[in-house]
Every structure is written in structure tokens, then in C-alpha cells.
Design a protein around this ligand. Structure first.
Ligand SMILES: Cc1ncc(COP(=O)(O)OP(=O)(O)O)c(N)n1
Ligand code: TZP
Length: 539
């Protein structure tokens, strides 16, 4: 007989030592069950056996009222004494095969997994589920200096589980603000496998209002699962595929969408916060204004936190990496407020300092769109095909750029934009190739940075467009609402088409005059000119 199926959505791991002063454990437990906890693990690190059995017995009594199963942390004897649904064991606890013979075929066994090798062993040993962690730093457990997995490390492990029947929860440092980032950012790169739930201690146990804490977590997990279910059978997962899916494969349709976004920018003037480098700041602000959006260049952590609800999109360009704390807060808040987050990892492959900073930021928040030249995209994709030289890409690019952007989009669960003489944009399913542009773009500083800025402007417009036509978060499949693939295309197309128009002007004599003419052409650009000039191919 197959073992009982559990609902892992919001998995409470108990810890009486984390309760707020004066809060009773059983009262807190009952409130969290009322809030929507779906599974409970009794974890007693300091109790004697008799006390552990008593806590587990009373915990089970309360959970039974809500039809919520109970598992026991580490202790097979306590599980057997109380008759719970099963156990959770760690890598240094009783070996899983022995635990199985001791507790019989019907009980659930969960195993902690910290890396790919441990996951492979868990599958071989037929664990019912694995607890993947620690995702982030936590003060609830000493993780002995081990590297936190982050959402992408979690996703790599999830890839191995596809088709095995082994369920997975993530654990460690999970709280309401980082939950959307975790769920979306851990979608596995190869198989699009997802977490079955999240296990938390402090977010619920240390809360004064565990009912609310549990219900907020549950709401986010449920809506994520609902949306993933709706998406099953559809192809692309990172952009909106609506009734006109086939039309999205048509250049006419795409150009019409871009035109619509241009109008929205003019009408709505979204505020675009740009944490960008000192070299390009002024030009970036000017191109933002030229297309109808409004720039703000705030970097202070407190300021970006307060601004986040009001902005249309956030750009993080780490050309000079001066404001890492601000970048962390701005990106995290963009995720919390579900605003488009555009990441421009300038020269990421050039030094270990940059690689480490990019990894740190990417573990902290989930970008919506990542834009880079061949060297930058190559570094993120861990490809050796294109070398990096300062901020420029050395060499002509990849043999198969479409395959590179597609694979990286899947790995990062983000839209990828590869810039160069020809631009490639992918959501992991479709790839758009844009062949517009001017040789002058290589002769002015920060052209790539300005392209990133315009992508951020159009991402804001795309979100506005979505919200004008839909209920907020009607489709919860994405961290950010709106078609971000089209937004990225719009940013690239508008910038490169304007550059062509600027280069053709008789008053443009070189890079200096081109730079001013480019801003004028962006300002005067009409949807008709974009339509006329657009060289977009759908690969
Ligand atoms: C769901 C879940 N995942 C991981 C753990 C950690 O278990 P372990 O590695 O055995 O560490 P301790 O909890 O015993 O400190 C867990 N408890 N639950
Ligand atoms: C038990 C455990 N195992 C890995 S991290 C962790 C603690 C999780 O606690 P919190 O949810 O408070 O970070």
C-alpha cells in the first residue's frame, strides 16, 4: 500500500526556545494550525525523553483536531511511543535504511539534504521527502559555517527529484518577505521542478501572532502552487502566454505590443529607481526622461526601502559596486513588492570580487530580467567560450547565442538579454533576435547601461499594462505581473532603433554629437518609426 501523502505547503518545525516571552507553546501551536499550517515536526533539542514524549503527545492531540499530521525530529523512540505519522532525520542521525526497518513501511521518513550528493543518496534510500537547507542564514540552527544554498542552489537539488516521487521542502531563514523569491527562484533550471512547501521555525514560532504569520505564508505558497498547476502543459513559464499565444510568435504582434508600451510610458510616467554606476548616471537619467518615464537614483538602504512601493521598476547595475547594502535592500524590496527587478552585472567575469558580489546579490533577490554583453552572460552561464576584458566582451561572441540565453533563462528563472551587434532575448522558451543598432553605440560610454535603463522603463510599462487589464495578481504564476519578455524586447528595440535614426542625422559628426542626438531621437521616436525599422526575428 502506498504511504500516506502529506501536504508539505507550510511545514511548522517547533521550537519552544524561540517563543516570544510569555507565549504558551500549545496556544501558539493551535493558532498556527488555525492559520493554515499543513504539517508539524516536533523538534526538542533540550528535553529529556519523558518530556519529549509528553510534548509530542499533546502536540499530536491538538494537531489531530485540525487533521494535521505530526512528525518527530530525530527520535524514533518518541515517534513509536506517540504513534505519529513519521520522523525527520539528519545526515548524522540513524541511517535511513535502518530507520525504515525500525519504524515500518507505512511511516513517513524525511531526510535533511545539504547538497546534490546527499540528495542522490536520499533518492536511492527512498526518502519520502527531503528538507533542503539551509537556504539562507538562520539563527535558529548552527549550520557550522556551511555555505547557504540560496534559491538557485535549492533549484539545482530540485532538478534531481524530477520524476522520483520524492517530495521537497526548503528550510532555513525563510520569512514572508523572501518567500516569493524562494519559490520562484528555486524553479529547477532543467526540469522546472518546484518545492512542495517550506519548513519554518522562527517565522511562526517567534511571532506574537502565529495565526497571521502562518496564514500569510500559506497564502503565498497556495497561490504559487495554483499558478504552477495552471501553467502545466503550457510552454514558456517566464512570460505571459495568453489566448493569443500563437500571435506571440508573430513579429507584427510583437511590434504592436511595443507600441502599446511606448504609449503607456508617456501616459503614466512610472518612477524608475536606478542604482547604477557613476560613469553613466546622468545619461541613464536622461534616456529615462526621453522615453517618458521618471528617473530616481536612490541608493541609501532606508530610502530605497521606503521608495519601493512607489516605483514602477528597479534597476541594479553594479558597474562600480559602491552601494551593495542599498542594492541588497532595493532588490529584496522589489521582490517583496513584486516590482520588476533588472540586473545589469557589469563586467561580472572580470574579477573574483565581481563574481562574488554577483553571487551574493543573486542569492539575496530574484531578478526579473538580466542584461549583459557576451562576457557578462558568459560568466553567469559559467561558459568559457567568451573571455572578459574589463567591461567589454572580448571576441565575437558565442557560437550559438540563442542556446546560451535560453539555457541561462531556465537556470536563473529570469528573462535574459544578451547585447551586442545583434541582441538575443529569451524567457527560456522563445528567443527573439534584434538586428537593429549603430556602430556609434560602441563609441560612447554606457550604451549597455542605458539599454538596461530602457528595459527597466518598459518593464514598468508592461506591469502597468497588465494591471490595467487584469485584477492585481489574478495570475500568480510570476513574481512580477506583466509580459517581461516583451518588455525586454521593447527596451532593446527602442534603444537600437533610436540609435540608427541618430547615426543617420547630418548633424552627427562623431560620438559626441551622436550622444546628444540619441537622446533627441529617443524623445521624438514614434511607434510608426519603430514599426518601420524593427528587425526582429523569432527563433
Ligand atoms: C524539514 C526539515 N529539514 C531539515 C531539518 C534539519 O534536520 P537535521 O539536519 O537533523 O538538524 P536538526 O533539526 O536535528 O537540528 C529539519 N529538522 N526539518
Ligand atoms: C532546523 C534547521 N535546519 C536547517 S536550517 C534550520 C532552522 C530553520 O529555522 P528558521 O526557520 O527559524 O530559519
Amino acid at each position: 500500500m502506498p504511504r500516506r501523502q502529506l501536504d508539505y505547503s507550510v511545514y511548522l518545525v517547533t521550537g519552544r526556545e524561540f517563543l516570544p516571552a510569555g507565549k504558551d507553546y500549545y496556544e501558539s501551536l493551535e493558532e498556527s494550525l488555525q492559520g493554515g499550517v499543513t504539517l508539524v515536526q516536533v523538534r526538542e533539542k533540550n528535553a529529556d525523553t519523558g518530556e519529549f514524549i509528553e510534548v509530542a503527545r499533546r502536540t499530536k492531540q491538538i494537531c489531530d483536531k485540525y487533521n494535521v499530521p505530526v512528525l518527530i525530529n530525530d527520535r524514533i523512540d518518541v515517534h513509536l511511543a506517540v504513534g505519529t505519522a513519521g520522523i525527520h532525520i539528519g545526515q548524522t542521525d540513524c541511517p535511513l535504511p535502518l530507520a525504515r526497518t525500525l519504524i515500518g513501511p507505512d511511516a513517513i521518513i524525511g531526510l535533511s539534504v545539504r547538497n546534490v550528493d546527499e540528495c542522490k543518496r536520499a533518492i536511492e534510500q527512498s526518502a519520502d521527502y527531503i528538507g533542503i537547507g539551509s537556504v539562507w542564514h538562520t539563527s535558529s540552527k548552527d549550520i557550522k559555517g556551511r555555505r547557504c544554498l540560496g534559491p538557485d542552489g535549492t533549484g539545482e537539488i530540485l532538478d534531481l527529484l524530477d520524476g522520483t516521487g520524492v517530495k521537497a521542502v526548503a528550510i532555513g531563514g525563510i520569512h514572508l518577505p523572501n518567500l516569493p523569491q524562494l519559490l520562484h527562484g528555486s524553479i529547477s533550471p532543467k526540469t522546472s521542478n518546484t518545492l512542495d512547501g517550506v519548513a519554518v521555525i522562527s517565522d511562526i514560532v517567534a511571532s506574537q501572532r502565529p495565526r497571521e504569520s502562518a496564514s500569510q505564508l500559506r497564502e503565498i505558497v497556495d497561490s504559487f502552487k495554483r499558478a504552477r498547476l495552471n501553467l502545466k502543459g503550457q510552454k514558456g513559464v517566464f512570460s505571459i502566454i495568453d489566448a493569443v499565444d500563437q500571435a506571440a510568435l508573430d513579429k507584427e504582434y510583437l511590434v504592436k505590443k511595443v507600441e502599446g508600451l511606448m504609449r503607456i510610458l508617456e501616459q503614466e510616467t512610472p518612477l524608475i529607481n536606478q542604482l547604477t554606476n557613476k560613469v553613466v548616471m546622468n545619461d541613464s537619467a536622461n534616456v529615462t526622461l526621453a522615453v517618458g518615464a521618471s528617473p530616481i537614483m536612490s541608493t541609501n538602504p532606508r530610502d530605497v526601502y521606503d521608495l519601493s512601493p512607489a516605483i514602477g521598476a528597479c534597476l541594479i547595475n553594479f558597474g562600480t559596486i559602491d552601494d551593495k547594502e542599498g542594492m541588497k535592500v532595493a532588490g529584496r524590496q522589489a521582490n517583496v513588492n513584486r516590482k520588476p527587478l533588472i540586473f545589469d552585472p557589469v563586467a561580472v567575469g572580470a574579477t573574483s570580487f565581481r563574481r562574488e558580489n554577483a553571487a551574493e546579490l543573486l542569492a539575496h533577490w530574484q531578478p526579473t530580467i538580466i542584461k549583459g554583453n557576451a562576457a557578462e552572460i558568459g560568466a553567469l552561464a559559467e561558459s568559457t567560450e567568451v573571455a572578459s576584458r574589463g567591461v567589454d566582451a572580448a571576441g565575437s561572441g558565442f557560437k550559438d547565442p540563442a542556446a546560451v540565453v535560453k539555457a541561462l533563462a531556465r537556470k536563473r528563472a529570469a528573462i535574459i538579454v544578451l547585447t551586442g551587434p545583434t541582441d538575443y532575448i529569451s524567457d527560456g522558451d522563445r528567443v527573439y533576435k534584434v538586428s537593429n543598432g549603430s556602430h556609434f553605440l560602441e563609441k560612447i560610454t554606457g550604451s549597455g547601461c542605458q539599454a538596461g535603463t530602457l528595459i527597466a522603463c518598459f518593464a514598468a510599462a508592461s506591469r502597468i499594462s497588465y494591471l490595467q487589464n487584469n485584477e492585481p495578481f489574478e495570475d500568480d504564476s510570476q513574481l512580477v505581473q506583466g509580459d517581461m519578455l516583451v518588455a525586454a524586447l521593447a527596451g532593446i528595440l527602442v534603444y537600437t532603433v533610436a540609435s540608427e535614426a541618430a547615426a543617420e542625422r547630418s548633424d552627427v559628426k562623431g560620438p559626441g554629437t551622436f550622444r546628444s542626438a540619441l537622446i533627441d531621437e529617443l524623445y521624438n521616436l514614434t511607434p510608426e518609426v519603430v514599426r518601420h525599422r524593427a528587425k526582429v526575428e523569432i527563433l
